[in-house]
Ligand binder design. Structure first.
Ligand code: CA
Length: 229
């Protein structure tokens, strides 16, 4: 497999040094930027496979960088955040981040998250390519696109994976931890709230089709029985 490129946007030189050294040792190519504006320039120049994005950045904030990148495409974004307040996490997911890591973190944890996010992006590509229909949704696995009444829905990679997984098995009940393991690549109990956030965003984007994703109280989620094919 060709070298994966990670774009590291972080203003603290010490963190960049540690992460760069670790990522290079793990076989990644790294391009980097110390502020949000340069981060966007680097995005256009180095065509990253994944972006590590600090939330608190000079010139242009992490939020604004994420929003700008989402205008351009669905390159996975992992947010680095110094504050763990829930509102901030939710805001990150609202912006289309695929995952977040709270500082202080170990480089090992960062690499594990990167591999998990890249793996599910790649795995989904290789899966069954038949189009799935549910309500007036049309999900195209090969292009990772979802249409509603012919219009593409702007889903993040994580939201797409969640919807795809639920629709592949109509009526099957998934525990939150199970969804976290399948979609995020790890199954820490604490990640269950993360799934709730992704589901919330996904439902908002699905609009009238939101009812296709049902909450199974005390357990998790499922797609409505008989919704997919
Ligand atoms: Ca910072």
């Amino acid at each position: 497999m060709s070298e994966r490129i990670i774009l590291l946007i972080e203003d603290e030189a010490k963190i960049r040094d540690v992460l760069r050294a670790y990522l290079v040792r793990e076989g990644f190519r790294v391009c980097e930027a110390e502020d949000g504006k340069k981060g966007l320039e680097q995005y256009d120049e180095c065509h990253p496979d994944l972006i590590l994005l600090d939330m608190m950045l000079p010139v242009l904030s992490g939020e604004r960088v994420a929003a700008a990148i989402r205008q351009k495409g669905d390159t996975p974004i992992i947010m680095l955040t110094a504050r763990s307040e829930e509102w901030e996490r939710l805001q990150g997911f609202e912006l289309g981040a695929d995952d977040y890591i709270t500082k202080p973190f170990s480089p090992r944890e960062v690499v594990a998250r990167i591999r998990a996010v890249l793996k599910r992006a790649g795995r989904a590509l290789a899966e069954d390519e038949a189009v799935i229909r549910a309500g007036d949704l049309e999900l195209h696995p090969e292009s990772r696109t979802v249409f509603t009444q012919g219009q593409p829905l702007p889903l993040t990679a994580t939201e797409f994976d969640l919807l795809f997984e639920l629709l592949k098995h109509p009526g099957k009940v998934y525990r939150r931890a199970q969804l976290a393991a399948i979609v995020l690549g790890y199954d820490y109990e604490s990640m269950e709230r993360t799934i709730d956030s992704h589901i919330k965003n996904l439902r908002r984007k699905l609009g009238v089709n939101a009812r296709i994703i049902e909450t199974v109280h005390g357990v998790g989620y499922r797609s409505a029985p008989g919704s997919g094919e």
